[in-house]
Ligand binder design. Sequence first.
Ligand code: CO
Length: 211
Amino acid sequence: MLTFYNKLLENNKLWVSRKLKKDPEFFKKLSEGQAPPVLWIGCADSRVPANEIIGAEPGEVFVHRNIANMVLHTDMSMLSVLDYAVNVLKVKHVIVCGHYGCGGVKAAMGNQHIGLIDNWIRHIKDVYRFHAKELNEIQDEKERFDRFVELNVFEQVQDLAKTSIIQEAWMKGQEVAIHGWVYGVNNGVIKDLKLTILDNNQLADVYQLDF
Ligand code: CO
């Protein structure tokens, strides 16, 4: 009986042979470079594997994941991924994908001290504060949680549009659309929140950068 760990390496060998059977050039082509049309910013949650849930092949999606799919302006990792995706890979779409049942968002609704992560979750609490009126009016806790997940995606989409990286790309006439989705871990279905932003005119005045 293989341990789960060993099984992963076995799975990889099987996956390689399956791919080669379908297309003997599969890895050779990938080794020549990447031109993914999409940057995915999603949650680190193990139940939300980016490529798998959208049927994307290797080479099709550039991925950044962290707890609760946050877009923080001081996060060098996120900014570097975004800069590379927009300015080098020239992705056409940036998708922020949250998910119902998100542990990070749930934690932000409560007061429990967890550890260092409290400081990350603090940013999600800010989202609650911005939308406290709407959220506090929702009596049902599950409904309030679901709405909070959606509003968190809304704010992250806005925060993406506020970055100098995205605004500069728009200023140069580059087409980059920013979208917000929520994935249902209970049914596998993605809900498009229809938050698409295409230029900085859609931002509040104070965030619009002049170049
Ligand atoms: Co999550």
